[in-house]
Design a binder for this molecule. Structure first.
Ligand SMILES: [Fe+2]
Length: 376
């Protein structure tokens, strides 16, 4: 069993969930609130984790995490947290449950509306060491939120904004690939494409961080090999483990900053009624962003090509488009049901996203419009 101590201590192995009791103790959590979603409960994963982890029946559970976590859900979960006199969170699920737990962790320890903690509202300085501890147990391999310092929340006013702070990094993560075995192929593909987009965007971002760059490129190499296998055969535990590592590595590289793919997919994901999957959006946006960035990436693209197995001078954007197509991801915004009339609004919002600043090539609103049209 690999024990990896970067910022979060991660327990990585098939069956790692059996050590939940030890890890709660290590995280200093005596009375956890379990944050999860109804799909996880229906799939039997909540019962499994409680049983394997030796958790007693009395643990309060918030199981109404929405597909894109909302401010309202954070307020509801906070009420349960207070009622149960909890002192920390277990986040069991995909990025939504983990991000929601982080939002609750902030609210549990600070005064003020959640909006005021958004990074674009100067929230980073307001999130303190008092933030409640989170233990993360991912059930997808994509967001890497189990080792990340960010959380993306949909606010009451319809905006989708990020919370960002080192105090949001989960104290412990249990990465047990057995928990991802039941993930259907399309969700495996979409979440995997999120991990790939993290690795690519962080690797090409202009922020100087060679350690994060090395982690990102390793994550990309692993995901390119493992994702088609995990999609083709969900029971391939080695492919599942590789994807879990790739997702974690993508998020460990976040310190380098994301880019235009996320600057665009965050506002698109904010249209709740469209129910767009974050990873699917990233898969669709990746090729046009890679094309846009290419002129400034003379030093980074050769290494990207190598990582994905392309020859010198190969077209990374086309490669990624074909890669996602082979995973049967619908490869246009129109096919995903995005109405054309919102594109210019999305381009405007992308300029305000916290990931806009670290795109490989500075983008204008017109550039974002052009990338969106290409993806449409
Ligand atoms: Fe992402």
């Amino acid at each position: 069993m690999a024990i990896i101590s970067y910022l979060t201590t991660v327990r990585l192995d098939a069956g790692a969930r059996r050590y939940l009791g030890d890890d709660l103790k290590a995280a200093g959590i005596l009375r956890p609130l379990m944050i999860t979603d109804r799909g996880i409960v229906a799939a039997g994963l909540l019962d499994d984790v409680c049983r394997s982890g030796g958790l007693d029946q009395g643990v309060p559970v918030y199981d109404a995490t929405p597909a894109n976590p909302t401010e309202e859900a954070a307020i509801d979960a906070l009420a349960l947290y207070r009622e149960g006199r909890c002192d920390g969170m277990i986040a069991l699920g995909g990025g939504s449950a983990m991000d929601l737990a982080k939002a609750v962790a902030v609210l549990a320890a600070h005064e003020g509306e959640l909006q005021s903690f958004a990074v674009v509202n100067g929230g980073m300085a307001k999130i303190t060491a008092a933030t409640a501890p989170v233990l993360a147990i991912p059930t997808t391999a994509g967001t890497g939120s189990e080792v990340g310092r960010g959380a993306i929340i949909s606010f009451k006013d319809g905006r989708k904004m990020g919370l960002l702070s080192p105090y949001l990094i989960p104290k412990r993560a249990i990465c047990d690939p057995e928990l991802t075995l039941g993930l259907p192929p399309l969700l495996t593909a979409a979440t995997g494409m999120d991990a790939i987009s993290h690795c690519i965007e962080c690797f090409t971002s202009p922020v100087d961080n060679p350690v994060a760059a090395a982690i990102a490129i390793d994550g990309l190499e692993r995901a390119i090999k493992a994702l088609p296998r995990a999609v083709a055969d969900g029971s391939d535990i080695m492919a599942r483990r590789e994807m879990m590592v790739a997702a974690m590595e993508g998020a460990l590289a976040f310190q380098k900053g994301l880019g235009a793919v996320h600057a665009l997919s965050h506002p698109l994901g904010g249209y709740r009624e469209l129910k767009l999957h974050h990873g699917t959006l990233n898969a669709v946006l990746l090729p046009p962003v890679l094309r846009f960035n290419e002129v400034v990436c003379a030093t980074t693209y050769p290494r990207l090509r190598q990582a994905v197995g392309l020859k010198e001078g190969g077209d990374v954007a086309n490669f990624m488009a074909q890669f996602a197509e082979r995973l049967e991801i619908p490869m246009s915004l129109s096919a995903l049901g995005v109405p054309e009339r919102i594109l210019s609004e999305v381009a405007k919002a992308a300029m305000l996203d916290h990931t806009h600043a670290t795109n490989a090539r500075p983008a204008t609103e017109a550039d974002y419009n052009a990338m969106l049209r290409e993806a449409f």
